[in-house]
Design a protein around this ligand. Structure first.
Ligand code: ZN
Length: 224
């Protein structure tokens, strides 16, 4: 089983009793617990980077867009709380903070562009640790028909989202002639990493129909 928010509270009593009813803290924990974010944190750990590196923008974007006096990342204690959440989440996968303690904390790369976090803990896989979960990597066959999956960057947290246009394909307004087909793309999606809503907008020109000649697809932030 993945760690629950209650597990986190029980394992980190020093983080404070006020977190029991703090909905923003709960939401941050849920974001960190998403499969893709756990996998990203484990990959960063295996590469010797702080586990928070690939998710730090996701957390900062969430907290900026859902401002809360009771969960403000400008407060160092709150940043420590996020670190404790990661520790609890990764422990279920057999990952423990790098020892000795003097080597646990590492600075975050500046290129990430984090505003509040400057460093994070590094983790290492401990084969003897009591793990209850594991990541399974698989190899699969590429689909034969032309794929409408596009790897597009979230305008908020910069995570790559695999957007399958096929899901919406039938609803695209089209202009059609014998030689060409012009599809207008416009729909909304939520980022798989940070949960923020973005607009998928652009066009595909097929010429002849069935063969993509030109396309432009963008993810745009949704105000609000
Ligand atoms: Zn995002």
């Amino acid at each position: 089983m993945k760690a629950t928010y209650r597990d986190f509270l029980n394992e980190n009593p020093k983080c404070g009793k006020d977190l029991v009813t703090n909905t923003n803290a709960q939401a941050v924990f849920d974001l960190l617990s998403r499969d893709r974010n756990i996998i990203a944190m484990i990959e960063a750990s295996d590469a010797g980077k702080p586990a928070i590196s690939p998710v730090v923008l996701i957390i900062e974007v969430f907290c900026t867009r859902h401002p809360s006096e009771s969960f403000n990342l400008a407060n160092e204690q709150r940043r420590t709380v996020v670190g404790c959440m990661i520790k609890t989440i990764l422990s279920r996968f057999g990952y423990e903070p790098v020892r000795p303690a003097t080597r646990t904390q590492k600075e975050l790369s500046r290129t990430i562009g984090a505003k509040y976090f400057v460093s994070g803990s590094c983790y290492t896989y401990e084969p003897l640790a009591p793990a209850s979960m594991r990541i399974v990597r698989t190899v699969s066959v590429e689909p034969a028909i032309f794929s409408l999956v596009r790897e597009l960057q979230c305008p908020y947290c910069k995570s790559t989202n695999a957007v399958d246009l096929q899901d919406e394909y039938s609803s695209f307004p089209e202009t059609r002639s014998e030689e060409a087909r012009h599809l207008e793309i416009d729909f909304y999606r939520d980022c798989a990493a940070c949960d923020e809503r973005f607009r998928v907008s652009g066009y595909i020109i097929e010429c002849p129909p069935g063969e993509i000649e030109r396309e432009e697809i963008k993810l745009l932030p949704v105000k609000g």
